[in-house]
Design a protein around this ligand. Structure first.
Ligand code: FAD
Ligand code: MG
Ligand code: MG
Ligand code: MG
Ligand code: MG
Length: 553
């Protein structure tokens, strides 16, 4: 099949059919996984590959541990230490998983196939395009950078999304220092070359700024003593505070630390244009300001990959940034396509949309009213299907459902707490305000990959739909099937440089300072995907402690 036209068909079904008698067990279903980032690899790690014919497609034949990318920019950790070859990861447990190093450029849901282009472009016909068909597709393509169409950003800024980006930044930082050290360079010119600007005050931008600052004070001042006074690091942030997804205490701590370090934080500024030597930004109070710069790193938000954009057009999900899935991570309107990680988001069903059904389900005796017992019997199921109910009660400091109902019917009924549909509606009317979207993080991507793998492993038990018939609650028959995906937030870190970090852990626990940095070291060492990368990362840290960073290109 590979001889023909522009598109070769990568399909082994034919082989299977001829080598096995046809009355044998039905052929294994084909699962195609797009992407080998956090979501894709976590899915593959937990999938029982003996049950499926698995094919993995990604233009990069490795997994990259993105949280350590900022450390790669200044040589604190080497790029090689944070990547794991995908074939090695696949080889660990199983043999019959195929990997194709290629980019998927079109998902064709009607033909149940994906169109791919080889990264190296070798095929008999030259262009390396091929097609892979699937029974189930797992889309884990991640996101790309988002410039918000700001003029000059693509041409003049550096990004920090891929391993190559971090390596490019590292080379350019050194370039700037060497350039500023050349003879016959005016002071003003030196100041310009050594002005490092970071656009975006989120965790990535902040961590990069902290890394730069450490590199500067710990290593570069010794190596470039003549120009150290000309160096400046600036963060430009459109919001009022940096790290605004963190607790306010952390944001304040970070801002104060940066102030002491001499890192300038310009909040309330939006970058409107970047030319080859000027960054133009705008603020409400100060209007437009332009500053000369030597190197700019853009880390302000994530955007949609073209292939996802095209697919969303096909299935009518227009005007969206990411694929919409149901709570079982299946793409809406697509029977066999799942999407996990940064390229997808879950639309949580609103309880008010299903309120009559929920009421009927709870009203076991068909009396047209619900007793407290009737409600309590289905409450657990309701909370599984609509997590916002629990969140709402928690946010209102309500201990049980009785408080919620009391609000709706007033205190008068106290003992005989019976509600009709109108009162039931009223009781739950504000609950949907607690529907929360989950963030685009590695933690979410990994949990979704794990969850989806479990669903796939038990798919024969839930023949009809992989997510199982737990569509509506309270029927009892859905009990042993799959609960919807529920994100469990385990906390987040913000390394701030100078051996200090901030952490926000579950239960409103905030910790900052040197001990938190040690917690960070141990958590990030333990999270490495293999003993090999763990060894490498830890030895990089140790080497940096003893010898400092390597400042050669
Ligand atoms: P990715 O991990 O980006 O994986 C996408 C995969 O798809 C890649 O393998 C890519 O090669 C592949 N791909 C791309 N295009 C195609 C195509 N056309 N066809 C086939 N394959 C394709 N999150 C945290 O929780 N904690 C952190 O500390 C943290 N730090 C971060 C630091 C940096 C610098 C960055 C950039 C991100 C950080 N994140 C962090 C976010 C985290 O990396 C993402 O949320 C996570 O990678 C999302 O996983 P994913 O699998 O959806 O996408
Ligand atoms: Mg992925
Ligand atoms: Mg990744
Ligand atoms: Mg997501
Ligand atoms: Mg009743």
């Amino acid at each position: 099949a590979s001889g023909g036209g522009l598109v070769a068909y990568a399909d082994s079904a034919g082989e299977n059919a001829s080598s096995e008698p046809s009355q044998e067990a039905p052929r294994k279903k084909k699962v195609v996984v797009l992407g080998t980032g956090w979501a894709g690899t976590s899915f593959l790690k937990d999938l029982d590959c003996s049950k499926y014919e698995v094919k993995v497609i990604s233009p990069r034949n490795y997994f990259a541990f993105t949280p350590l990318l900022p450390s790669v920019t200044c040589g604190t950790v080497e790029a090689r230490s944070i990547v794991e070859p995908i074939r090695k990861m696949l080889d660990k447990k199983r043999k019959d998983v195929a990997f194709y190093e290629a980019e998927c450029f079109k998902i064709d849901a009607s033909k149940k196939a994906v169109h791919c282009r080889s990264a190296v472009g070798t095929n008999f016909d030259g262009n390396g395009d091929f097609m892979v068909d699937y029974d189930y597709l797992v889309v884990a393509l991640g996101a790309t950078v988002n410039t918000f169409n700001t003029p000059g950003v693509m041409e003049n800024c550096y990004f920090l999304k891929e391993v190559e980006d971090a390596q490019k930044i590292r080379r350019n930082v050194i370039d700037c220092f060497e350039k500023a050290s050349l003879p016959n360079i005016s002071e003003e010119e030196k100041r310009k070359i050594l002005h490092f600007v970071i656009i975006g005050g989120g965790p990535t931008g902040v961590e990069f700024a902290a890394e730069m600052h450490d590199f500067l004070v710990e290593d570069l001042v010794k190596l470039y003593p003549a120009i150290q006074d000309f160096v400046k690091i600036t963060i430009i942030q459109s919001g009022e505070h940096i790290l605004n997804m963190f607790d306010q205490r952390i944001a304040t701590f970070a801002e104060m630390k940066f102030q002491r370090d001499g890192i300038e934080v310009n909040t309330g500024f939006r970058v409107v244009k970047v030319s080859d030597d000027l960054i133009t930004m705008k603020s409400k109070s100060l209007g437009e300001v332009s500053v000369p710069y030597g190197m700019a790193v853009w880390s302000a938000g994530i955007g949609t990959r073209p292939v996802i954009m095209d697919f969303m057009q096909q299935i009518g999900q227009t005007n969206r940034r990411v694929l919409a899935t149901n709570e079982w991570l299946r793409v809406h309107e697509c029977d066999n396509i799942y999407a996990i990680g940064d390229c997808a988001s879950i639309t949580q069903r609103k309880i008010m949309d299903d309120i009559s059904t929920v009421f009927k389900m709870a009203d076991k005796d068909n009396s047209g009213t619900l007793t407290l017992k009737e409600i309590n019997d289905v409450l657990e199921d309701i909370c599984i299907r609509y997590p916002q109910v629990e969140l709402y009660m928690k946010s209102m400091h309500m201990l049980d459902i009785r408080d919620l109902i009391k609000d709706a019917i007033g205190d008068s009924h106290k003992e005989s707490m019976v509600v009709n549909i109108e009162e039931f509606k009223k009781a739950l009317s504000h609950v949907d305000s607690q529907v929360k979207s989950i963030p685009a993080t590695a933690q979410v991507a990994a949990q979704q990959g794990h969850y989806l793998a479990e669903c796939f492993n038990k798919m024969d038990q839930c023949k009809e739909h992989p997510e199982g018939p737990l569509r509506m609650t309270g029927t009892g028959s859905g009990r042993h099937n799959f609960r919807p995906f529920r994100y469990k937030h385990l906390g987040q870190f913000a390394p701030l440089g100078g051996e200090q970090a901030a952490a926000e852990l579950p239960g409103d626990w905030v910790s900052m300072g040197h001990s938190t940095q040690w917690l960070w070291y141990s958590v990030y060492a333990s999270k490495q995907v293999s003993w090999r990368t763990r060894m490498l990362v830890v030895s990089d840290w140790t080497r940096r402690f003893i010898f400092g960073r390597d400042s050669s290109r």
